[in-house]
Design a protein around this ligand. Structure first.
Ligand SMILES: NC(=O)CC[C@H](N)C(=O)O
Length: 211
């Protein structure tokens, strides 16, 4: 079972529907107490960095999400949900993120229209389970004005180019993020959700972290 974190800032239904479409059961979770019942987690997000972190804090999510990431179970952040995986966000001042990945989230430099909105292609930087079967240069749907600058280059799995080459997919161990919206990026976004769902089903860390 895949949990979708409901902290009042997400495109929850579209993520749930997309997962169902590709044959995976998902549950929208309004409380961190439910984290013990899921084998994989999706953190969606729409809006501003600090506001999302505040909403997570108010909902009592921060420590439980950190524990979940430590448990080794698959964790995927989408769009703003990916950005807040990092240590610092520069949207409207500097704000602390979840710090599950090292690095910061910065604004696109002047000279291009923001938000970067619409379809853009992906360049695969390294092989990964999450992007298995995704051809190089396939298109995904983006809406964002900020992008991640990971502290570790090896966490960059795929990039896109919007005048500046930025990470479109990041990942380290079990913690992954997509700057685009896989749930709105048929057909290849659905392939990514399929890969994630398969990974969740194959993962066996839940039983050892259930206590
Ligand atoms: N679409 C969004 O919610 C954007 C997330 C973030 N505020 C950004 O601009 O990058």
């Amino acid at each position: 079972m895949i949990g979708i974190v409901d902290y009042g800032r997400g495109n929850l239904r579209s993520v749930e529907k997309a997962l169902e479409k590709v044959g995976f059961e998902a549950t929208i979770m309004a409380s961190p107490a439910e984290l013990s019942t899921v084998n994989g987690l999706i953190l969606p997000g729409v809006g501003a960095f600090a506001d999302a972190m505040q909403a997570l804090e108010q909902g009592g999510w921060i420590e439980p999400l950190t524990q979940f990431a430590r448990s080794g179970r698959p964790f995927l952040g989408i769009c703003l949900g990916m950005q807040i995986l990092f240590e610092i966000g520069e949207e409207h001042g500097e704000h602390t993120g979840l710090g599950l990945l090292t690095g910061r989230v910065v604004k696109f430099p002047p000279g291009r229209k923001v938000p970067h909105m619409g379809w853009n292609s992906l360049r695969l930087e390294q092989p990964s389970h999450l992007l298995e079967g995704i051809p190089n240069e396939s298109y995904f749907y983006f809406v964002h004005s900020y992008y991640a600058e990971p502290g570790e280059k090896k966490d960059i799995v795929a990039t896109s180019d919007y005048g500046v080459v930025f990470p479109a997919v990041v990942g380290k161990d079990n913690v992954w993020g997509a700057q685009f919206h896989p749930e709105k990026s048929s057909p290849w976004g659905l392939q990514i959700l399929t890969n994630f769902g398969k990974w969740v089903n194959e993962d066996e860390t839940l039983s050892s972290h259930r206590s």
